[in-house]
Write a protein that binds this ligand. Sequence first.
Ligand code: HSE
Length: 447
Amino acid sequence: MVTGITVGIKVGLLGMGTVGTGTVEILLNPKDRHPLMKELELSRVGVRSMAKPRQFQLPEERLTTDLAAIVNDPSIHIIVEVIGGIEPARSLILQAIANGKHIVTANKALIARHGSEIFDAANRAGVYVLLEAAVGGGIPVVEPLKQSLCANRIMSLIGIINGTTNYILTRMQQEGGDFAHILQDAQRLGYAEADPSADVNGWDAADKISILAALAFGGRIKREEVYCEGIGQITAADISYSDKLGFVIKLLAIARRWGDGEGDQPQLQVQVHPTLVPKSHPLSSVNDVYNAILVEGDPVGEVMFFGRGAGAGPTASAVVADILNIAALLTVERGHQRQSSGYPVLDPLLACTHQEYYALIPITHTKSRFYARFLTHDHPGVIGKLGTCFGNRNVSLESVVQIGLREQCAEIVVVTHGVNEYDFRAALSEIETLNAIHSIPSVLRVL
Ligand code: HSE
């Protein structure tokens, strides 16, 4: 643990890609920002190649390709990890923690998968690992969940926390285009990665909701238990029918408390999937690359956070805020106290100290409204048969609409009331066996 700071808090930056460059830009321009920024010194910057042309000229001796040398530098107080990915980020962070350094990271994939190992190590070493930039880019949501909302029992989090998919779905909504074509265009314009799989399959949003759920509900989440469906199967037809029924389709990340909320360890539902959102709902108007997170707490009620969820400036805004949080604590804690255990005392609202894992409710045991689109042979009594199959499984229908003909089949769209997913799937299995059914092109959840 680094102690005795009187002036100059040294920061080591690992990575100078988009977020790293944004961070350097803020650190080199403290004017009109928080006065504590003047105490920060960007001591060393780890880069992949010394030869790469850069937006900012840093003295050559501050740059190095030896990232281990930065985490092992005894003069550095705070390590900022913005290289992303699992390795070498994980090993570098663990080494930095072992060396008593505080960590600021934007690495949601790493924290969602290895958060337990990292936070255990950090708590033993008495250092902070702050990660505001890992979720929602420039939107302050991690710190509000830890601090400003800490008096609440959090009931649910519902977020649009992936900008790439929100951009694609917004364009599909506005242009009526198909997924594959708009994805290609988004890649051409730089809104989607060359390999878009983490975004379009919902994995990035699942990483982020795992982190938010752990913070909001005070327990650990096994990332592999988070149910995750991407947007690749969304068609222009579904966007158009949803629109006519009064919905927009959004990729939602949802974490919800189940049960009476009185127990110490609530049951949790954590999932990511495309969802029909009523046009009257506040998340329906969050468009393009914007992110938003709607938190419901008891007693605060609903609070919504909105802003830019990615990009150099917004993400660096969150990174530097975390650096300043740690710098403020270091400044106050000169000659800091130690517990009788010998471990340094950590601010309990900023540190992440929960230990137990939540058992997540399997998706089949959750309750939802559903939208399903059927292509059927245009025979008398088909709607009746659909209704009977649903009724047999206790699935109550809110609306049934026969839209017209497609591929010489009648197209029927059904929206259910809230039903058990298991019952709904059982009804669909039975419907699939009916001679009158040609296919079930889409099944989506409704908020
Ligand atoms: N790929 C992410 C998104 C940005 O599209 O939202 C960083 O989290």
